[in-house]
Design a protein around this ligand. Structure first.
Ligand SMILES: [Zn+2]
Length: 205
């Protein structure tokens, strides 16, 4: 069986960073719906344009936009997968369950970060205008290419997104995932410790 890590947590909880560090440590491949769609928007593809208009309205992306992206990623990656930003709804969970059953052993990593901590974290988060690298406001400009620091567009609506997460996405963990696979809770602020915790869990998977 292949291994599947589902990173679960509020927007801004630190799950993206945790995912990147897990990729480094394990060599697993990360599939991030957020990264994928942001890159489509940036390249102004047809899909990117549709996504941009939905995001502007503050809507979650519909299954018919998101599910094929997931299905495609799973068909191209042959080994273990780290999933970031999916599933966000009950129906997406159903789709994922069907997709991975018989081939993967899932582990859900719940990045449990307090809302106050998320808000202070997000207020410091910047992206590079040119290359998209995430960094801190205190760094002044992009550490990779020196490009201009911008506030990430979806961070401007962070409260709304957290609210959406609490009403639509968190119940997927509490009412489905919890009964489907092992869930390990980690702290989003102490990424090093969280990585160690997940690596330990992987040994027993
Ligand atoms: Zn840059």
């Amino acid at each position: 069986m292949k291994r599947l890590i589902i990173l679960f947590g509020a927007p801004g909880s630190g799950k993206g960073l945790l995912g990147d560090m897990l990729v480094e440590k394990t060599g697993m491949k990360k599939v991030s719906t957020g990264d994928f769609f942001r890159s489509e928007v940036k390249q102004q593809t047809l899909l990117g344009k549709i996504v941009a208009s939905r995001v502007k309205q503050g809507d979650l992306l519909s299954d018919f936009i998101v599910n094929p992206v997931i299905e495609n990623a799973f068909s191209q990656i042959l080994g273990d997968i780290i999933l970031d930003g999916y599933p966000r709804t009950f129906s997406q969970f159903g789709f994922l369950k069907e997709l991975v059953e018989r081939e993967y052993t899932p582990l859900c990593v719940y990045v449990d970060t307090k809302i106050d901590d998320i808000l202070s974290r997000i207020s410091q988060r910047r992206v590079c205008e040119d290359c998209g690298t995430t960094h801190f406001a205190s760094q002044g400009c992009c550490p990779k290419c020196g490009g201009r620091s911008l506030i990430r567009e979806d961070d401007e609506r962070i409260l709304e997104r957290i609210n959406q997460y609490s009403t639509l996405t968190l119940p997927v963990l509490e009412e489905r995932i919890k009964y489907w696979c092992r869930v390990v809770s980690v702290n989003g602020l102490n990424t090093k410790e969280s990585v160690a915790q997940v690596l330990e869990e992987l040994k027993n998977l």
